[in-house]
Design a protein around this ligand. Sequence first.
Ligand code: KG4
Ligand code: ZN
Length: 378
Amino acid sequence: MAAGSILGIETSCDETAAAVVRAGEKLLSNTVSSQIATHQPYGGVVPELASREHLRAIVPVVRQALADAGESYESVDAIAVTQGPGLAGALLVGISYAKAIAFALNKPLITVNHLEGHIHAVLLEQKQKGEFQLGFPVLALVVSGGHTHLFLAEERAHGWAYRNVGRTRDDAAGEAYDKVAKLLGLGYPGGPVIDALAKKGNPAAVRFGPSQIKHPNRGTPRDQQTEFDFSFSGIKTAVLRYVQLEGMADAVTARQQKLAAIAKPRAEDVLPLCDQKTLDLVASFQRAVVRDLTGKTLAAAVELGARTLFVTGGVAANSELRETFETEAARAGVPAYFPSRKLSTDNAAMIAAAAYPKFLARDFASPDFSAEASLALR
Ligand code: KG4
Ligand code: ZN
């Protein structure tokens, strides 16, 4: 059996990423080229621009990942690529390149679901630390700019089987962070800046009601209904209404103008531009989102008898979310695991790691597969 060095490629959203992981647990390299500067002026990812940027970055990023790993195109044992979910045009760049090199090198090609990738980011790092006993079922909260999903995972002969037990009915949690940051003139992406600013505000200053899901499962086919759903569009509207009622709109515009002059604004640049009222609003928004995510996830864990909790995806980088999950999960007696911050957001190490069980099972992709923007995880 080959050592199982897998080159992973990830282009589902706005990061062009490549990595080499050996045997699903040894991280040899992890290259991520971010497009934040490209999308910053728009306050969100522009799909057309994302595809163009991937096309520009894909070859150098893969070369860098191979060089950092001390590997070559010839030495890796397989190529793994994200098939979906994500932006179709963005996914196609990674898929086309992965197909081309797999064909030219005569190497097996493995498709990976991006959401399973996020789950494997946790596994990869726990395995690296050694000593890791995993209790099943695992309840995984995948919470990012595009997703807020709860999966209950069981172990199977080759890999895991998933049941989707919860999802957002409207915006993803990361999307709410990005939209609230945009409407407060805090820059893009919203998560890291709100995370930092919230530490300076009073989280009890503004009261946001618990998210209300008004029409449970209406219109959803029975076999796609989920029990533990989220909703984040209401809180975004509530923040907007607060800004209007409290007369904060002019201050937002002034901040936007000042930040537009800075190429890559960081939290340190934004903080002096915020009054206490804004910081309190930001802290209160974050507290409400964190309460909602932890409350519903732990209720699901208890009801479904989960023995382990995984929290992963871009929003899992949030400091308050991590702290609250750690405390609440300990109270519920369920061990909770997160990826490091670097592996919380999109990367290709998670794709290469998730491909390893498929590599062992020789579950290779047929040459005619394509991108699937709404690929489900099962
Ligand atoms: O996983 P990811 O890189 O891409 C998707 O698959 O969506 O997640 C990006 C999202 C963005 O919405 C970003 O604002 C959010 O993750 N994010 C955070 C933090 N860092 C990134 N949200 C809250 N706190 C953070 N520290
Ligand atoms: Zn992601």
